[in-house]
Design a protein around this ligand. Structure first.
Ligand SMILES: Cc1cc2nc3c(=O)[nH]c(=O)nc-3n(C[C@H](O)[C@H](O)[C@H](O)COP(=O)(O)OP(=O)(O)OC[C@H]3O[C@@H](n4cnc5c(N)ncnc54)[C@H](O)[C@@H]3O)c2cc1C
Length: 200
């Protein structure tokens, strides 16, 4: 799994604070060394629309289509994903779920090899990529670029970083959350606190 932050609004907390203070006409109360401190108050009030002014874009690689099928359900997120029509999957790679016992990983890999052979067979019989792909597994890896504003990222992280979320989307979203929290701590600190394992 590779999760790379490829673009982010510069000075995102400042942009969000300017937007919020425009609503309240309190720009004169903006203090450079206290930028961002207003943001947790906005979250507590439920005034989240100013968070729509900051954006972040990630490039994801070596993730399964089982994971991306869930992620792309988030409609306010822009998505560009590797096509299985324009790009052949003759050499597809796959993700092995960690729940496969180590002594059975070879068998899992053999099954993937069988599917690779099936794909090659149907291609050799003249099927186009768009139809040969019908035999491909959810484990097949893919690559995509996803963009969203910070309000939407907050929503995605709340539901996908939850301990009951599926393990792969949770791992991807925890990684993205960590990277955005570094760049905009006041935007994401409540979610980090929510999803962090609690001490005993
Ligand atoms: C634990 C879990 C289990 C799931 N299981 C299933 C399942 O079994 N089957 C299944 O099909 N899906 C399942 N989903 C996917 C889920 O139903 C949503 O499609 C997905 O989480 C996208 O969330 P969303 O619609 O809240 O958010 P987004 O699409 O990210 O939109 C963000 C928010 O914008 C608002 N919004 C967006 N579009 C509209 C609209 N058209 N009208 C009104 N408000 C809108 C809503 O407030 C929404 O919460 C599951 C999700 C989770 C987290």
């Amino acid at each position: 799994m590779k999760v790379e932050l490829i673009s982010i609004t510069s000075d995102p907390e400042r942009v969000i604070e300017i937007a919020a203070r425009t609503c309240y006409q309190s720009g004169d109360r903006m203090v450079p060394e206290k930028i961002g401190q207003l943001l947790p108050k906005l979250i507590a009030m439920g005034h989240e629309s100013p968070f729509e002014h900051a954006y972040a874009t990630f490039q994801l690689e070596d993730v399964s289509r089982a994971m991306t099928h869930q992620l792309v359900r988030h409609r306010l997120m822009a998505v560009s994903q590797k096509s299985q029509r324009y790009v052949g999957e003759g050499n597809f790679a796959w993700v092995v779920p960690p729940s496969v016992p180590p002594e059975q990983v070879a068998e899992f890999n053999d099954d993937m090899g069988t599917i690779r052979d099936m794909y090659a067979k149907w291609k050799s019989r003249g099927l186009k990529n768009e139809d040969a792909r019908f035999v491909l597994p959810n484990a097949c890896t893919t690559e995509l670029v996803v963009s969203a504003n910070f309000r939407e990222w907050r929503h995605i992280f709340k539901v996908r970083c939850h301990p009951r979320a599926q393990w792969e989307i949770r791992a991807v979203c925890l990684n993205m959350l960590g990277q955005l929290h570094e760049r905009a701590p006041n935007v994401f600190c409540d979610i980090v606190a929510e999803v962090e394992p609690k001490g005993t």
